[in-house]
Design a protein around this ligand. Structure first.
Ligand code: HEC
Ligand code: HEC
Ligand code: HEC
Ligand code: HEC
Length: 222
């Protein structure tokens, strides 16, 4: 059996004392550093404002012709033959870049259907022979109160999804014995003349676990 190691002599004992003392000071310093940074983490955070009621509104942001009729609102924009002559379809005018010119009387209309204005021709949707109706690819006439039928002839997959309830919004009753289901029209969400839905500011998010840098708002025009 090996003999036990010899006890340290006086000089070694003193050295051990210095090392232990030094370590104790170091640990106290580290603990203080830790506590000081902890206090930084619990500094009060900016209060999140209550959700703006505009984020809770369920009324669609656009009214269609059918909604205007129901609300008995002003329908003068739809009185096409108050200004146009019957049996004389308006002529379409274009600038030198083949971009359609929207006349002064229709300034409320901003055309931008498709990323390159691919569907900006009025008579792709309006009926040149009867301005008070819409027309689809096969020549069928459709009333202004039946917009999804029009959109569906060119946007088949979206129309299919909309009918199935996967695109758009369905309200009303699950239990059909209690009442009907209601589907919002394409034109409640998409402006037929410029259907891309404008980006909207998001509602405020929750607090992050740690303080994060304030993010800048996204560039709205992308
Ligand atoms: C306040 C009067 C007024 C009303 C209401 C009106 N229009 Fe017009 N519209 C005009 C005038 C003026 C022009 C330009 C001259 C022209 O082409 O006859 C025009 C031009 C047009 C054009 C040609 C656009 C172009 O780019 O050249 C179309 C298509 C058209 N109107 C469709 C309609 C339809 C569809 C309605 C009804 C839903 C309607 N308008 C209601 C006054 C009116
Ligand atoms: C005559 C065919 C036609 C009809 C009718 C039509 N669209 Fe379009 N739509 C197009 C084309 C073409 C594009 C461009 C696709 C592209 O750029 O890739 C487009 C693009 C779109 C887009 C994508 C956004 C954009 O501007 O690129 C939306 C949303 C849209 N249409 C909605 C509608 C709605 C809603 C209706 C009914 C009011 C409708 N469309 C009727 C042909 C049509
Ligand atoms: C993609 C199909 C589409 C095209 C292309 C289109 N329209 Fe329309 N337009 C509609 C639909 C659908 C409505 C009914 C809107 C509603 O109910 O919200 C409408 C409504 C209107 C109205 C009455 C309401 C208003 O906003 O004044 C006028 C006038 C009109 N369109 C003129 C035009 C003219 C002029 C052009 C060409 C420069 C044109 N439209 C191109 C689908 C189209
Ligand atoms: C409740 C609102 C709402 C209704 C109703 C609605 N859409 Fe949309 N639609 C959207 C949103 C949101 C987007 C995605 C945003 C964007 O790309 O502009 C979109 C995207 C689209 C696109 C862009 C292409 C794609 O698939 O990304 C087309 C085309 C379209 N919708 C057609 C239609 C048609 C046709 C109808 C009616 C049969 C309809 N939408 C009804 C909200 C709606």
């Amino acid at each position: 059996m090996d003999p036990l190691p010899p006890l340290p002599d006086g000089r070694n004992r003193a050295r051990t004392g210095y090392v232990l003392g030094g370590l104790a000071v170091l640990f106290v310093a580290l603990a203080m550093l830790f506590l000081s940074t902890m206090r930084e983490h619990v500094k009060p955070r900016k209060a999140i404002p209550l959700v703006d009621t505009k984020f809770l509104a369920t009324t669609p942001w656009r009214q269609t012709y059918a909604d205007l009729v129901k609300a008995k609102a002003d329908l003068s924009d739809y009185d096409c033959y108050g200004c146009h002559e019957k049996n004389k379809p308006p002529t379409l005018r274009f600038d030198e870049n083949q971009k359609i010119i929207v006349p002064q009387e229709h300034v409320n209309i901003v055309m931008g259907h498709g990323s390159h204005g691919r569907n900006n021709l009025c008579f792709n949707c309006h009926n040149d022979k009867n301005l008070t109706t819409l027309q689809v690819r096969d020549g069928r006439e459709i009333g202004f109160d039946n917009i999804p039928q029009l959109c569906g002839t060119c946007h088949g997959p979206n129309y299919r999804d909309w009918e199935a309830g996967a695109h758009g919004r369905t309200s009303g009753y699950w239990d059909r014995s209690k009442g009907d289901i209601v589907r919002l029209s394409c034109a409640n969400c998409h402006n037929p003349h410029s259907p891309r839905i404008p980006t909207r500011e998001p509602a405020p998010g929750p607090h992050a676990l740690r303080a994060v840098e304030e993010s800048k708002p996204h560039d709205a025009a992308h």
